[in-house]
Write a protein that binds this ligand. Structure first.
Ligand code: ZN
Length: 234
């Protein structure tokens, strides 16, 4: 959260979002006469854009911009080149919806991935989280959101129709629904299962319960009840 980040980053200098004199000096940039610590309009634009990023606020954006200016050759120039390349080539994988810089993402073209297993996630961030875990060796299908009557999100506005088509075409034997344990997440899971029913594929969903290394005492009632219901024989 930007707000948390800003509070953490505030060293008590009475910061109102423009307390950057010391930082600007450290980077060799003189503070602007207006007292904003500005290095000029171009830098201000960069900082304003960076401040819109998740996890950033005005103060952290300023610090990051100044860090880049300090490391012009090692950080700023490679970063600007990487941004330009990604801006030119980034798209959604035609098969799974992951972000990619080619027609298909590296996961979809990897012959070592098990094509019979398909994991359905709401967002690309969820796919990346599962990949970081390294436990899943199948392929993915990114819906691009969750069904929501309130926000007018329908199955057709997600990648729901493509899901059943993929299952039929790719000879998938199991679809794992890795959707959030929220009302919208579970509504989406039920509708996905309905869409998949005609294909006859096995549909499962992630277990709910005690996190690895978790203490029972700290769990909320809903999680404890879910863990009890999903108990396993030893
Ligand atoms: Zn893909």
């Amino acid at each position: 959260m930007a707000g948390d980040d800003e509070r953490r980053g505030d060293g008590g200098g009475g910061g109102d979002g423009h307390g950057g004199f010391g930082e600007a000096g450290a980077a060799g940039l003189p503070p602007a006469p207006g007292g904003t610590g500005s290095g000029g309009d171009e830098l201000e634009t960069l900082i304003e854009l960076m401040a819109r990023l998740p996890g950033f606020g005005p103060r952290s954006a300023r610090r990051a911009a100044l860090a880049m200016v300090k490391k012009r050759e090692r950080l700023l120039l490679p970063l600007s080149q990487a941004l330009a390349v990604v801006a030119q080539s980034v798209r959604n994988c035609a098969t799974c919806g992951n972000v990619a810089t080619a027609e298909e993402c590296p996961i979809c073209v990897d012959p070592r991935r098990d094509r019979r297993l398909l994991c359905v996630v709401a967002e690309v961030a969820d796919l990346w989280a599962l990949e970081r875990g390294g436990a899943f060796r199948g392929r993915y299908h990114v819906l691009g959101g969750l069904l929501s009557a309130l926000d007018g999100v329908t199955p057709e506005s997600l990648r729901m129709p493509q899901l059943a088509a993929r299952v039929a075409a790719d000879e998938v034997t199991e679809v794992i629904l890795a959707l959030p344990a929220t009302i919208d997440g579970q509504t989406t899971a039920h509708v996905a299962a309905e869409h998949l029913a005609p294909t006859g594929v096995q549909v499962s969903q992630l277990a709910r319960g005690v996190p690895v290394g978790g203490d029972l005492d700290y769990l909320d009632d809903g999680t404890l009840a879910a863990a009890l219901a999903a108990r396993q024989a030893l």
